[in-house]
Write a protein that binds this ligand. Structure first.
Ligand SMILES: [Fe+2]
Ligand SMILES: [Fe+2]
Length: 198
């Protein structure tokens, strides 16, 4: 398949195929999950994480938005801003995704990473308002990569933002939205981002 990460393993292609189901339904997310997985994998390497943890976070990157498969079309595919009620529905996607993975105890750690991928380091995220290191490391890594891809790719209502702007946003929100250690590692290894969007 199309993942750029050096490491590939047995279940990897299956995971990419499953997430293509979501890509097929929502053209705007397109290759979003793949880019998030690739950047998360690279970030794990620069953080010096062990291979089994890296693999878990890489797979979680591919699957992080899989819960969107349970979001109705009128919300998922709405071109403009979501109203309050629609936003409440959209905010359920981490829980829906974690529930999908809860089918097997083998995926418990990946399910936890998915459940918390929209938490913020300062505790102002969702679904639980978990803060700091209460949030799984994989979720904190995916949060940075997810935001980068959301800004660096074009949406129905705006074009892609320049990478310089994206970089400033990550810097500005370090310690607020993002784990400062994770944000710092990405800022110091910004070629990971440049290589993703070249
Ligand atoms: Fe991958
Ligand atoms: Fe998400």
């Amino acid at each position: 398949m199309h993942c750029n990460c050096e490491s590939a393993y047995e279940e990897h292609d299956l995971v990419e195929c499953i997430t293509s189901a979501l890509d097929a339904r929502d053209p705007y997310t397109g290759n979003h999950s793949r880019r998030v997985a690739d950047m998360a994998c690279d970030l794990c390497h620069v953080l010096g994480l062990p291979e089994d943890i890296t693999r878990e976070i890489h797979i979680s990157g591919h699957l992080h938005d899989i819960g969107k498969i349970g979001i109705p079309d009128k919300v998922l595919l709405k071109p403009g801003r979501l109203n309050d009620e629609e936003w409440e529905l959209m905010k359920q996607h981490p829980k829906i995704g974690a529930d999908i993975l809860a089918g097997s105890p083998k995926f418990a750690r990946i399910a936890a990473i998915i459940l918390h991928h929209h938490e913020r380091f300062d505790g102002k995220g969702y679904p639980f308002g978990a803060k700091g290191e209460e949030i799984p490391l994989g979720s904190r890594i995916i949060a940075v990569c997810d935001s980068i891809d959301a800004m660096a790719s074009s949406r129905a209502y705006r074009g892609a933002l320049p990478l310089e702007t994206v970089r400033n946003e990550i810097e500005k929100n370090s310690g607020l939205m993002y784990d400062p250690k994770v944000a710092k590692a990405m800022l110091e290894n910004w070629q990971i981002v440049e290589n993703t969007y070249r």
